[in-house]
Design a protein around this ligand. Structure first.
Ligand SMILES: *Cc1c(COP(=O)(O)O)cnc(C)c1O
Length: 454
C-alpha cells in the first residue's frame, strides 16, 4: 500500500484567526511591571514603543480568537500553509515504533518561522501611519523576516545586528540589505546606549540585550518610529499560533493526534506556535499531550533559571517581565544556535512551566549536530542549528518509545533550515565544536541581584 508522507492544506485553509492562549490558561501570567513605579503595565504604556494593535494584543487575556487581517493572510499565501511531513526516513533510521511528524516552517522565503509575526507587526505599524520601524537581530533570522515584511508594507527599517554576527554572518546581512533594510553593527555610535558601551569597552562584540537597548532607544527618540520584537512577547506567540492551528488540521488528515509536541526554545515563539493550539485540548481535559521545550545546555533558563521579574534587555529599558531567567546580563557561550542565546522566557511559558503544563529539556551542542546530521541524511533537509534542538529532543523520545515498545505519536516544529549556517556544520565535521556547561555559581551570580518581587 502506498503511504502518505506529506499532508498539505490549501490557501483557503490558512487560519482566519490566531489562538490566544492567555484567554484559556488556568492561571494567568503575572502582569508586566513599569520598572519605575512597579505598577502593572497597561496597553497604553506600550504605545510609544509598539503599534497600538500589537500593544493591545500583548495585554489581551480575554479573547481566545483574534482575527487575522486580510492583508496579512494575503501575504501568508506566499508560503503558507506549510507542509506537515511524516518523517518516515528518520523513523526507519532510528528503527523506532514511534510515528514522527514535523511541521516544516523552513519553507518560508526567509527560511524560518519568524515571518509569521514579522508580517502582522509591520502591517499594524503601516495601518496606523507609522513610517519607520526598528529592531535588533542576533544571527539575522528575525532581521531578515522583518526586512521583507517592512518592504512589503512600504516601511523603512533599521536593524541593529549584534556586531560579532555582522562580521561572521555577512550573508544574513546581505539578505536584509537585499530586501532594502539598513543594517547597523551593534554596539554603534548612533545611540546613547551604544556610545556608552563602546566608550566603556571599545572591543565589545555586542549581544542581543545590547542591540535591543539600541533599537528601543531609537524608536523612543524618533518621531513616527516603532520597535518590533521577534520573540518572547505574547503578541509574537499569538501570531505564531498559525503553525499549530494548521498542524492540528494536518494531523487529523493523517488520522493521528500527537502524544508529544516539541519545539526548540529561544524566547519561545516557535515553541508556543506549535504547542498552544494543541495545549488548549489539555485545558479541557479532552487530551493529555506532553509538551517539551528544547533549550541549549549553555543557556538553560527553563531548566535552571529563576522565576523572577527581569528586564528583556541589557540596559534595562524594557518593562519588567515575570520570567524564568538567567539574569539580563547573562552572556551565553557562543554556540551556533544564535537564536537560542537569550537569557529569559516569556511570561506565559514561564507560568505554564510553573503550573507543570509544559516541560523543558536542555541539550548539548554536539548532540544537536549529531541529530541534525541524521535528520539531513534521512529526511533531506539541513536544519537550522536552533531547530536541531527540537530534532534531538524528538529522537530522545523516539528512542524511549523503542525501549518501552510503545508506538508514540511525536510532532516537532522544524523552525528553519540551516543553509546559511554551513560554517557551523563545517566546524562540526572538522571536530572543532564543543559543549558548554553553565555552573550553578554562574547562574547564582547572574540572578542574585534581581529584585525579589515574586
Ligand atoms: C529565532 C529562531 C529560533 C528561536 O526563537 P523562538 O522565538 O524561541 O522560536 C528558533 N529557530 C529558528 C530557525 C529561529 O530563526
Amino acid at each position: 500500500m502506498e503511504e502518505s508522507k506529506k499532508f498539505l492544506l490549501q490557501e483557503k485553509d490558512i487560519p482566519q484567526a490566531w489562538y490566544n492562549v492567555m484567554a484559556e490558561m488556568p492561571n494567568k501570567p503575572r502582569p508586566m511591571l513599569n520598572p519605575a513605579t512597579k505598577q502593572p503595565l497597561t496597553a497604553e504604556d506600550l504605545y510609544p514603543l509598539f503599534s497600538e494593535e500589537a500593544s493591545k494584543q500583548e495585554m489581551n487575556m480575554k479573547d481566545a480568537w483574534i482575527e487575522i487581517p486580510e492583508e496579512v493572510r494575503e501575504m501568508y499565501k506566499i508560503w503558507r500553509p506549510t507542509p506537515l511531513v511524516r518523517a518516515r526516513g528518520l523513523e526507519k533510521a532510528l528503527d523506532t515504533p514511534a510515528h514522527i511528524y514535523f511541521k516544516n516552517e523552513s519553507v518560508s522565503p526567509v527560511g524560518s518561522h519568524k515571518l509569521n509575526s514579522a508580517v502582522p507587526q509591520a502591517y499594524y505599524c503601516k495601518k496606523q501611519g507609522v513610517t519607520n520601524i526598528t529592531t535588533e537581530t542576533g544571527a539575522g533570522q528575525w532581521g531578515a523576516a522583518l526586512s521583507l515584511a517592512a518592504k512589503h508594507f512600504g516601511l523603512a527599517l533599521a536593524v541593529y545586528m549584534v556586531k560579532v554576527s555582522y562580521h561572521q554572518k555577512p550573508y544574513r546581512r546581505s539578505i536584509m540589505e537585499t530586501y532594502g533594510a539598513e543594517v547597523i553593527a551593534s554596539p554603534s555610535m548612533s545611540t546613547k546606549a551604544g556610545r556608552k558601551i563602546i566608550t566603556d569597552n571599545p572591543s565589545y562584540q555586542g549581544s542581543l540585550g545590547t542591540a535591543i537597548s539600541e533599537a528601543v532607544e531609537l524608536a523612543m527618540s524618533t518621531p513616527n518610529c516603532k520597535y518590533a520584537l521577534g520573540s518572547v512577547l505574547n503578541h509574537v506567540a499569538l501570531h505564531q499560533s498559525v503553525i499549530g492551528l494548521e498542524a492540528e488540521k494536518q494531523m487529523a488528515m493523517a488520522g493521528e493526534y500527537p502524544d508529544i509536541v516539541i519545539g526548540c526554545f529561544g524566547g519561545g515563539s516557535n515553541f508556543s506556535g506549535i504547542s498552544y493550539p494543541f495545549l488548549r485540548h489539555n485545558f479541557t481535559g479532552e487530551r493529555n499531550t506532553r509538551f517539551i521545550a528544547a533549550e541549549p545546555e549553555s543557556c538553560p533558563k527553563l531548566t535552571r533559571g529563576v522565576f523572577q521579574y527581569d528586564f528583556g534587555d541589557e540596559a534595562g529599558y524594557t518593562p519588567l517581565i515575570p520570567m524564568l531567567t538567567l539574569g539580563h546580563n547573562f552572556a551565553p557561550a557562543n554556540i551556533h544556535a544564535g537564536g537560542l542565546r537569550y537569557h529569559g522566557a516569556g511570561s506565559v511559558v514561564s507560568q505554564l512551566i510553573e503550573d507543570n503544563l509544559i516541560e523543558a529539556v536542555d541539550i548539548a551542542q554536539l548532540e544537536t549536530f549529531a541529530a541534525a546530521t541524521l535528520f539531513a541524511q534521512s529526511e533531506g533537509i539541513i536544519p537550522a542549528p536552533e531547530s536541531s534542538h527540537a530534532i534531538a529532543a524528538a529522537i530522545r523520545e523516539a528512542e524511549k518509545a523503542k525501549e518501552a515498545g510503545e508506538s508514540k505519536v511525536i510532532l516537532f516544529n522544524l523552525s528553519g533550515h540551516g543553509l546559511i549556517d554551513m560554517t557551523a556544520y563545517d566546524q562540526y565535521h572538522a571536530g572543532d565544536l564543543v559543549n558548554y556547561q553553565v555552573s550553578d555559581e554562574q547562574v547564582l551570580a547572574n540572578t542574585k541581584d534581581l529584585e525579589k518581587i515574586i
